[in-house]
Design a protein around this ligand. Sequence first.
Ligand SMILES: C[S@@+](CC[C@H](N)C(=O)[O-])C[C@H]1O[C@@H](n2cnc3c(N)ncnc32)[C@H](O)[C@@H]1O
Length: 247
Amino acid sequence: MKNAPEADFLNMWTRIRRSGLQNELLIRAAKPERQRAAKGAEVVTATDVRLTAIDATAGFGEDAFLLAAAGYDVTMYERNPAVAAVLRDALSCAAAAEAAETAGRLKFGGAESGFRDVIARMHLVESDSTAAMQAMVTQVSRETSSDGDAGNEPKASADDSTMRIDVIYLDPMFPDAGKSALSKKKLQFIKEQQVSAADEEALLQAALALRPRKIIIKRPLKGPFLCGVTPGYSIKGKLIRYDCIVL
Ligand SMILES: C[S@@+](CC[C@H](N)C(=O)[O-])C[C@H]1O[C@@H](n2cnc3c(N)ncnc32)[C@H](O)[C@@H]1O
């Protein structure tokens, strides 16, 4: 696509190999609460436990890549067809890259994960995440009530521990483009696609209704809470902040 920036996951892979995944603020925010509670536990990944995440505002998938590198199986929603096309290309390039073979393997707290494994954990859905999450809530409540009608135990509810999504990640457009962690080229590209975050309220409400274990919201360091909802805690960097709502 003309003038579209590339999403280069191999570059990101090199970066996190150098700096360490645990130094990424998002990964610290995504640490499961049981691990946060266990003092000294540094490991976020657990390949024996399948962690699931929804990235409801995928963009170029950079944050989703970090979550996948930490062991999360990430469903990425991107509603803008042009942005989704860039992300789809980047994923297929990464999956096919011969260079991936030589990209080495990483050890995160004993859990070993290769570049290709990370890419395989990223699933792109080109659609609106608000509508998708609302549909999931409807589906779960329909299954619950139809099982109840039949006199059986309900199969699933949004609070069912085996069904619960671990993380829903929200990164709507930054109010102040100058403070975005995205590169200027990427941010400019997104703006050119006229993506707006006017429906932030609906997005957050849909995420809350799905009852994940945690909602993580990326904000500018001094920006207001999304829709005024106070998080349980925040992980702060120099320019950005991750607000965590634990449910
Ligand atoms: C700031 S960017 C996200 C950047 C991303 N975190 C990354 O690492 O590349 C926001 C993106 O979310 C998308 N978006 C906003 N609301 C959405 C929704 N309800 N469903 C799907 N995509 C949405 C926009 O199209 C835009 O591409």
